[in-house]
Write a protein that binds this ligand. Structure first.
Ligand code: GLA
Length: 326
């Protein structure tokens, strides 16, 4: 009898402990590789919105390199967070992220850049939300082709700069989608020039595009595409530096955040023709809510979500923003 009572009491205590744990305030980390980029600022802003709506604490940390990333994960655990959303500085750090999350008992969701293992395969145990890179790249290419046709340019006279960052799978998918759309429309493959950037920011894209322009002065007109708006802005600025302006340059980015908005709102058009707008809202808000639900036992996040985009130009900027809810 006594033993049964003790056992029952122990069970009660254990149940109470579990409940107390479940009722702990929820704290979530949101780690991004390039905190200075408007896209990531937007993601954070929408994640803050989710924190407000659901009543959890959000810890935003910029993780520009592997060392800072590992320190941030340990720091989250020390702060008694229960999980984090991450866009890592290098997708090949995937296994390190997985191990560190496990060791610290943290749930993890990746956003934007899918984490891979040593063999380059996506890590299936980490739920992911990213854009449908190839499809969005095709939209970029189709937008460029439509504009080439509207301007009645002969494709033989047009050089295409692919600002490339092929070590990041989504970057390769995006730019190859654009290349395929150009080729499908009859654009000469030989006119497509790779301009590899050392880092994914405007300055490095500028340097990469500059080399491509110098080496191929024969073209009359230019088009440019890349992983994001920053890549295309770099190419547009490099072209401007050589006197190639809006009337002979068509750059189409991916993103649609502040950088694109500024460019598309300038009184005079620039070579930055448009951007396929993608949803920072979904990426920031929904990943945070998915993680919150996972932590609080309300459901496991979908294994993979791929989001869509819409081509935004000077002509339809307001409508696209409205349609994307941003
Ligand atoms: C990558 C890019 C960002 C942004 C996101 C969108 O992380 O580096 O600029 O385009 O993808 O998912």
């Amino acid at each position: 009898m006594k033993r049964t009572l003790i056992a029952a009491a122990t069970l009660c205590l254990m149940a109470a402990a579990t409940l107390a744990h479940a009722a702990d305030p929820v704290k979530i980390g949101f780690l991004v590789k390039q905190a200075e980029e408007p896209w990531f600022q937007d993601e954070w802003r929408y994640a803050e919105q989710a924190a407000k709506d659901k009543g959890f604490t959000l810890v935003k940390i910029g993780v520009p390199n592997g060392e800072k990333m590992m320190a941030a994960i340990d720091n989250l655990a020390a702060q008694k967070a229960q999980g984090f959303v991450i866009c890592a500085p290098d997708v090949k750090l995937g296994k390190a992220v997985e191990r560190s999350a496990k060791r610290n008992n943290l749930k993890v969701i990746s956003v934007d850049d899918r984490l891979v293992d040593g063999g380059g395969k996506p890590i299936e145990s980490i739920p992911h939300m990213g854009i449908s890179g190839y499809a969005i790249g095709k939209q970029v290419g189709e937008g460029i082709i439509a504009e080439i046709k509207a301007r009645k340019w002969s494709m033989a006279d047009v050089g295409a700069i692919r600002v490339a960052y092929d070590q990041l799978p989504t970057a390769k998918e995006r730019t190859m989608g654009a290349v395929d759309a150009l080729k499908a429309a009859g654009f000469p493959a030989a006119n497509i020039i790779d301009a590899p950037q050392a880092k994914t920011d405007t300055e490095n894209a500028f340097n990469a595009a500059n080399i491509a322009l110098t080496k191929n002065a024969k073209f009359k007109h230019w088009v440019a595409f890349g992983l994001n708006d920053e890549a295309v802005l770099g190419a547009v600025r490099a072209a401007e530096g050589r006197g190639i302006k809006a009337d002979s340059m068509v750059g189409v980015g991916i993103g649609g955040a502040k950088a694109a908005e500024n460019e598309l709102s300038k009184p005079a058009a620039t070579g930055f023709f448009g951007s396929v707008m993608i949803s920072a809202k979904e990426h920031g808000y929904q990943t945070s809510v998915n993680l919150y639900n996972w932590i609080t036992g309300k459901g496991v996040p979908p294994a993979e979500v791929l989001t869509k985009g819409m081509l935004m130009t000077r002509a339809n900027q307001a409508d696209v923003r409205k349609a994307m809810g941003q």
